[in-house]
Ligand binder design. Sequence first.
Ligand code: HEC
Length: 257
Amino acid sequence: MSAPAPFRTRDLGALARLGITCLCLVLLGGFAASVSHLYIHDHKRDERPGLTIDDVKGVYHGVKSRSPLLVALEGGHPETIDAQERSALLDWLNGGRVNEQYDDFDKGDMAPAEIIARECVSCHNRASTDPSGIGQRMPLDSWDAVRVVAFSRDIQPNSLAIVVNSTHTHALAIGTLCLIVAGLGVGTRLPRPIINPLIALMGLGLLADIGGWWLTRMKADFAYMIVAGGAAFCLGSTLLLVLIIVDLWWPRKAPGA
Ligand code: HEC
């Protein structure tokens, strides 16, 4: 006598499968919203465009770095600039209004934008053929280019209370949710060699992501673990949900076939 056939979600009635399908779609929408929330909420942390690894480090570890322009000017670069211009640039970079004062009309020739155009752009422009490649590496020919290197940063990480609170809500809610998604995955007719690795990816990803929040507090480079974990989690859970939905509606083999 053969063992009874295992339960498959495909065996449920059409209305139950409709309900589960809708819930899976809601989860997919929720994941998409989480990703855009991350982008909208955290990508400005480092005052530089785009969501970068420094944003993640900023949120979970904090980032301190001095403006590269400040460092170069203090170090005596470029030798060609006169003392008055150098101190005007240093005052600008050390002041709190780097953005507003860049093109300060009242300063006339001594406005930072004017000094940079006079003293820096001849080498620091994208068309420069200087063999050091400095023109391509660090152009200073527009505010968009200058702002990338003008700000000193002292980004405070999220407080301990926020990380505890975020762990508490995310770990419990998403952890529970993933157990259910894993269970639904096991209930499909798909081959185990497809389902099992996806469940592993989802679980390991979530653990690495949330665990990474805490490790990054101690050491900034664990930010890469957060990103890799988050990506693995998104990939695993999204594929699982899609496969679960497909399996719910894929025709059954005719009995005896
Ligand atoms: C005569 C050409 C020239 C001028 C003028 C010049 N630079 Fe440079 N700058 C260079 C070169 C070449 C390097 C690369 C040096 C190196 O790699 O060791 C450099 C490097 C730098 C760096 C560091 C880049 C890095 O990769 O860390 C900064 C910041 C910088 N310059 C800012 C300025 C500013 C601000 C001005 C104007 C006030 C200026 N430079 C004027 C040629 C110039």
